[in-house]
Every structure is written in structure tokens, then in C-alpha cells.
Design a protein around this ligand. Structure first.
Ligand SMILES: [Zn+2]
Length: 312
């Protein structure tokens, strides 16, 4: 058996602490291959804080716009996960959508999205503080219908869950279709991503134009119509030149990559394999390795650490 293809998926907690439920998948690997993930992670830390997310509200408090530039974050994530071309573009646009949807969250809440579209599944976790992590997996069966599964977590576990099938192959259409079906709200999702000659994302910016449950439908439709007609917009001031309303900026945040995996959680996931498997692995004297699928961090444990006897 090839030790590198030992596909034990282990579920870790989310950003919130203490929760058992979560979307963070770790893959256990027996063969240690450290070091290779260092470069993208380093870049992640130095580059991504240049990205930003801004929230705007009109003076009558009936319409809202949230906008983000996530060029550095999505570019680093594509390098981390070896993505380029159209998959990288869809991935970057999915990350934009996740960050923008999560901007509604209260403190200490996390949005976990799983978007099945074409032949891929995009996994995005984002918080109201604009922390994000993301990864892509292959989809088992490709269908013309996309699916968005959204879960919202608080400090005590899952607060909300919604799964919606959307007959669209475009990621912006998927987000709009989800909000329409799940919340009965019209929304314009503008998710832009160019690709450089290497097929990596550049100019990754997005915005959501929305109302509130009691916003007059006509006012929102008129705003969306003007948004669609306008050529070009800036993340720092997305309402510029849009209409004659007064818009107030509510917040301006840095977007940052963040993965809550840790050595402690990785060891917990190894121990969850059970005494029989651990005793067998320990008897071979080989280290156990856990690789986080989201951030590619590698955690390695010697037999003395994971053997059932040492677990107490
Ligand atoms: Zn991680």
C-alpha cells in the first residue's frame, strides 16, 4: 500500500473553540514530507494583510453594499493548493463570495460554505472579522445543477444550516440563487477575477448589493440596475457615482488568511483513530503525520506521543 494515499479524513473544529462539529478536514499521512509547504505559508503571512473589506450603508438604512479586494489572499491560496486557470478563477470568486457573505456575522461566528459547481467542490470558511481559509476537492458526480451548503457556527456549535440547489454554473449566480431561495432576498453578487499569464488571480474584487427584509423592492432593484450600468468601481468607495444617496462607511477591515488547526487538535484527530490502530502503528515504530487540507501544515507525532498507553 502506498503510504501517501492513506486517505483517513479527520474532522477538526472550526474557528470557534471547543466545538466538535466542523468542516476542517485533515488527511492523515504516514510518510513524513515536511518543509515543502513553508514557502506559500510564509507568503500568506506577509502578503495577505494588504487585502481589505469595507461595509457601506445608505443614510436611510435601507440599502447596503459590502466590497472586498482579496487579490493577495486568493493568489496565495492558489499557490498553496496548486490551482491555476479557470479553477483558480472560480476558486478566487468563491472566496470573495464567502468573505462577503460572512461580513454579516456577529463576533465569534463562522460561515462554512461548501459549493459544488461543475467538477469541483469549493470549501470556504470565513468569519465576520474577514478571516478566511479555503480549499478545493474534486466532485464525485458532475451535474448541471450547482449546490451551496451553508453552515453558520457560534461558540456553542452550529446555529444554522441551509442547502440549496441552484441551476447555474456561474459562481455569482450560485450566490444570488442561494440568497434568493434561502432568505427570499434579491441580491447582486459581483465577483471579479482576472488571470495573469501564469493563470493566477489578479484584480480579485467583489461586492454584494443588498437590502434588508423590509426594504422596498423597487428601491433595491433600481440600485442594482444602476450598479449594473456603471462601468468600473472601487473597493474603497463602491457607491461612488452610483446614485444621489448619502452612503456611510460602517467598517474597514483587513482580510487575512487564518487556519485554526494546531498540534493539539492534530494529535486529537490521530487519537480518534482508536486504540487498535494506534497500537499497531506504534508497534512499527513509525511516526504518524497529519496534514491539514486547508493550510497544508504538517504535524508529525512519534509513537511515544500517540501510543494508547501514553494517552492515559
Ligand atoms: Zn490548517
Amino acid at each position: 500500500m502506498d503510504p501517501n494515499s492513506f486517505p483517513v479524513r479527520i474532522f477538526l473544529g472550526m474557528f470557534h473553540s471547543g466545538g466538535e462539529v466542523g468542516a476542517g478536514a485533515m488527511e492523515r499521512k504516514v510518510d513524513p514530507r515536511g518543509g515543502m509547504y513553508l514557502a506559500p505559508l510564509l507568503m500568506m503571512n506577509t502578503e495577505t494583510s494588504k487585502d481589505s473589506l469595507v461595509r457601506w450603508l445608505d443614510r436611510e438604512a435601507t440599502l447596503r453594499i459590502v466590497a472586498t479586494d482579496a487579490t493577495h489572499t486568493t493568489r496565495a491560496l492558489c499557490l498553496l493548493h496548486d490551482l491555476e486557470g479557470e479553477t483558480a478563477r472560480t476558486f478566487a470568486r468563491a472566496v470573495l463570495g464567502g468573505l462577503l457573505l460572512a461580513s454579516d456575522l456577529k463576533s465569534f461566528q463562522t460561515l462554512s460554505l461548501q459549493i459544488e459547481i461543475a467538477d469541483r467542490v469549493y470549501h470556504i470558511d470565513a468569519t465576520g472579522e474577514a478571516l478566511v481559509r479555503a480549499m478545493v476537492t474534486r466532485r464525485a458526480h458532475e451535474t448541471p445543477v450547482s449546490r451551496l451548503a451553508l453552515r453558520r457556527f457560534g461558540q456553542k456549535g452550529m446555529l444554522y444550516q441551509s442547502v440549496v440547489d441552484i441551476p447555474s454554473q456561474d459562481i455569482a449566480g450560485v450566490f444570488e440563487g442561494f440568497v434568493l431561495q434561502s432568505d427570499q432576498q434579491v441580491m447582486r453578487a459581483c465577483l471579479e477575477c482576472e488571470l495573469d499569464p501564469q493563470g493566477l488571480p489578479v484584480g480579485v474584487q467583489g461586492a454584494l448589493v443588498r437590502g434588508f427584509p423590509d426594504t422596498p423592492a423597487g428601491a433595491l432593484q433600481a440600485l442594482i440596475a444602476r450598479w449594473d450600468l456603471r462601468v468600473g468601481w472601487k473597493v474603497d468607495d463602491p457607491a461612488a457615482g452610483l446614485d444621489d444617496r448619502t452612503w456611510d462607511r460602517l467598517s474597514h477591515q483587513a482580510v487575512e488568511h487564518h487556519c485554526p488547526c494546531s498540534r493539539e487538535r492534530a494529535l486529537g484527530s490521530v487519537r480518534a483513530l482508536g486504540d487498535v490502530a494506534l497500537r499497531e502503528a506504534a508497534s512499527k515504530g513509525e511516526p504518524m503525520e497529519v496534514v491539514c487540507d486547508f493550510c497544508r501544515s504538517v504535524y508529525s507525532f512519534g509513537p511515544a506521543e500517540f501510543a494508547p498507553e501514553s494517552a492515559g
